[in-house]
Write a protein that binds this ligand. Structure first.
Ligand code: DGY
Length: 325
């Protein structure tokens, strides 16, 4: 067998590079345009691409690709047309589980930050406006005793639920909005006695906090649209750590501006890295640049899993963390 050749589209942390270098030749090409990625993938120079979610592999590209696999450095894989990859014998892998806690942590940060006006408070202080305690200064929303609605009770949704219960919140969920399926007690495990499943419409109406943990699919694109935002409480906080297009960003801008909801905490955006300019101006939008999994240990774990996937794919073996078509 010839020496495997890996294309890495962005520098990843150890032990990723060491695992790849031990197995073959590694080419790190940071900041490639879509055309450059296409050229590399169709050149026959590489066996496997260790990719980011910002690298798009659509059906026409996959039809021309001369690679054995795509090892995504992410749990999400909406950047790859997985059925088209399977059709062309290209394996796809991801990094499940390892980032559940880190992502749940950032969801908590976002909803506490948005509810308690962290961004406004920080700017107020740094702007030299703090002249002493005031009863009306930067009052936010209650957390303890409030109701958290979780859209998508998968691994990350469950990790958020556990944290929210620790904050004394009531936790409701819809498993697979907008059209739910019933979740068994076995699936809920330790959470079975502590969380309640509701249809999506009711979840939207009941929640003081609505946190999104669904994959991006056709049915979750703009799951939160103008109509949903209109039906949320005017005191509600929306949190998105899933994928930007799950929320209609223009409708969200209007809802935040017109006071239809209290605030939003967002780690993901509809057209990343672009962000609706108006969103940047709104004080009730608490915004982070897609850093949900950015804890050092988590990122190292993702690097190991993605590299192990890449090595197995290059050898023509089943990757340890495959994405099923
Ligand atoms: C993921 O893993 O899908 C994240 O969004 C990227 O860190």
């Amino acid at each position: 067998m010839s020496t495997p050749r890996f294309l890495v589209t962005q520098e990843i942390p150890e032990p990723g590079p060491s695992i790849l270098r031990e197995a073959g030749e590694v080419d790190v090409r940071h900041g490639m345009s879509a055309a450059e990625l296409e050229g590399a993938v169709t050149s026959g120079d590489y066996d496997v691409v260790l990719a980011q979610v910002s690298d798009r592999f659509d059906a026409p590209l996959l039809a021309r690709a001369r690679i054995r696999g795509i090892a995504n450095y992410a749990v999400g894989y909406n950047n790859v047309d997985v059925p088209a990859a399977a059709e062309h014998g290209i394996a796809v892998g991801n990094t499940p589980d390892v980032l559940d806690d880190a992502t749940a942590n950032i969801a908590m940060l976002l909803f506490l930050g948005a509810a308690r006006r962290a961004h406004e408070a920080s700017e107020y202080l740094r702007g030299g406006h703090f002249t002493g305690l005031r009863p009306d200064l930067l009052v936010g929303q209650d957390v303890t005793g409030a109701t958290l609605g979780i859209a998508g009770m998968g691994r990350i949704g469950k990790a958020v639920a556990r944290r929210a219960l620790g904050f004394g919140m009531r936790v409701l969920f819809t498993q697979r909005p907008p059209h739910d399926r019933e979740v068994t007690r076995e699936e809920l495990g330790d959470l079975a006695d502590h969380v309640t499943q509701l249809p999506w419409d009711e979840l939207v109406r009941e929640s003081d906090y609505l946190s999104l943990h669904v994959p991006l699919t056709e049915s979750t694109t703009h799951l939160v649209d103008a109509d949903v935002l209109h039906r949320m409480k005017s005191t509600a906080v929306l949190v998105n750590t899933a994928r930007g297009p799950v929320v209609d960003e223009k409708a969200l801008v209007r809802a935040l501006r017109d006071g239809e909801i209290f605030a939003a905490g967002l780690d993901v955006f509809e057209n990343e890295p672009a962000v609706e300019p108006e969103l940047l101006e709104l004080p009730n939008a608490f915004l982070l640049p897609h850093v949900g999994s950015a804890e050092a240990g988590t990122r190292a774990g993702m690097a190991r899993m993605a590299a192990e996937n890449a090595v197995a794919m290059a050898r023509g073996e089943q990757p340890p963390y495959p994405v099923q078509p």
